[in-house]
Write a protein of this length. Structure first.
Length: 484
């Protein structure tokens, strides 16, 4: 990826703590204007290849390919030197570091420091990060112009994706909006150190990645690293209805960070600064009228989505915007035209004239699953329920019990359940305990699913499609989803 400002070899060595074990033959560049991690990309001689290593990939296997294609500088781990005869690369630059992923982050941090941005925003939480980020982007774009805003796309919210997003900064950008995620201890701290945000937002503390974090307190400890990274006069945005967040951040933080909260006012210990007073849904046009109060004023808007968890995302986005000079009224205007990202409570009505399809297959954990169920209970009371579900991954020791709870939660709701994954027995046990009287199908392959699904009576029904990313349940509804 081309970058706006050049980086010198000395700067790269200094920020990564690396050593140039081969320093070239004196004929190549010592100033670079391109950073890349994929050997299949097009790149120039003035580029730096960072050979990333992970559980399922090893960029160091492609260093020779990069050099043969004309690359001149590569960042590798010290282990690469033990496994490769580097004498063959005497006319190249090879920088050895302890960890190439950390080196990528260090280079991104250096590059970010070249920009005098008005606001750097980091959003984390167990649910709602992407939707909140996209709402904030729309609000900022309407106020300041889209060309001045950079956000991360796709799932670029980790120690690789965030640096790659940062390398996309150019001289026109004034605001950086990043969602940051984690499934390993210490990742939020590392990401926060790279970004050094002016505004940090925590959407909610929920049961995500329990294999790593064990319990809600462990999730909080990881997410709270974002708050710990904030400097004096920065803003921390929190969900006032989240019991852990409201208790931990009831008062202003000692560091001088200012706390702004949002919610429905469900926790008496913390009254939200941005409060949703009411939500009323118009079933004819599918819109929801929201009433928001803030600073003794009330605001109304008609939005294209509803569901309590989505309103929380809206409130978080409004709070972030408020700290950045965007008044609630202007932010709500942007929200009125907001369309949810695909795979996140994407509602497709009247499919084949028979049923409503809710595509919430982007990801799943116990909290987001419960939110989806609450949405269906509130808005599809009189419709037959069909669930196409998959495993909630990375729950560790809680996986068995959480999938049993899933079965219990839907046992008296569903007429038909299709399930894909390793925890079908746990779900079935929960269904049995609830007295489930419908039909339960195990998804073995797409063809079998399609054959059974076609034969179902789907008239006047609602179908929820939900599972963790690895389940890829949206593939069973490609035609219906792409119609939207």
């Amino acid at each position: 990826m081309k970058i706006e400002y050049n980086l010198t070899l000395d700067e790269i060595l200094d920020c990564t703590g690396g050593k140039a074990v081969i320093a070239g033959d004196g004929t190549g560049p010592l100033v670079f204007n391109e950073i890349f991690t994929d050997s299949r990309e097009d790149f120039s001689r003035n580029s730096v290849f960072v050979a990333l290593k992970g559980e399922n990939f090893n960029g160091e296997n492609f260093v020779e390919t990069v050099f043969k294609k004309g690359g001149y500088c590569a960042v590798v781990s010290w282990g690469f030197l033990e496994n490769c005869n580097i004498s063959a690369y005497g006319n190249k630059i090879i920088i050895a570091v302890s960890d190439t992923v950390s080196a990528l982050g260090s280079i991104a941090k250096l590059y970010l420091s070249r920009f005098d941005l008005k606001k750097k925003i980091a959003i984390t939480g167990s649910c709602g990060k992407t939707t909140t980020k996209e709402m904030v982007y729309e609000m900022f774009s309407l106020k300041y112009g889209a060309e001045k805003i950079l956000k991360n796309d796709y799932n670029y919210n980790n120690l690789i994706g965030v640096p790659k997003t940062i390398f996309g900064l150019n001289k026109n950008h004034e605001y950086l909006i990043l969602e940051i995620g984690t499934n390993k201890k210490g990742e939020i701290k590392k990401l926060s150190q790279i970004i050094s945000p002016d505004i940090g937002a925590i959407t909610v503390i929920g049961k995500a990645h329990l294999m790593e974090f064990k319990n809600l307190e462990g999730v909080f400890e990881e997410k709270s690293e974002l708050a710990a990274s904030l400097r004096k006069d920065s803003f921390l945005i929190i969900n006032a209805d989240d019991a852990i967040l409201s208790e931990k951040y009831k008062y202003k933080m000692p560091s001088g960070v200012r706390v702004l909260s949002f919610g429905f006012g469900k926790q008496s210990s913390l009254i939200p600064d941005v409060l949703c007073e009411s939500v009323s849904v118009d079933e004819k046009n599918g819109k929801a009228a929201v009433v928001i109060s803030c600073r003794d004023k009330k605001y109304t808007a008609d939005i294209n989505f509803y569901g309590t968890h989505l309103i929380y995302d809206l409130l978080c986005a409004l709070s972030i915007s408020l700290t950045s000079g965007i008044e609630i009224e202007a932010a709500l205007k942007a929200a009125e035209n907001f369309v949810l990202p695909r795979g996140r409570m994407q509602v497709i009505d009247n499919v084949e004239g028979e049923y409503a399809l809710i595509n919430d297959a982007y990801n799943s954990n116990p909290d987001s699953f419960k939110a989806a169920l609450d949405f269906i209970k509130a808005n599809y009371k009189d419709k037959k329920k069909i669930f196409v579900l998959g495993d909630m991954l990375e729950l560790g020791e809680s996986a068995e019990s959480e999938h049993m709870l899933m079965g219990r939660d839907i046992g008296d709701l569903a007429s038909y359940i299709f399930y894909k994954g390793d925890y079908s027995d746990a779900v079935a046990k929960g269904l049995e305990e609830k007295g489930f009287s419908g039909k339960f199908f195990i998804i073995r392959d797409k063809e079998t699913f399609t054959d059974i699904f076609k034969k179902l009576d789907k008239k006047n029904s609602v179908i929820l499609v939900k599972g963790s990313r690895g389940m890829k349940l949206e593939e069973y509804f490609n035609k219906e989803i792409n119609v939207k």
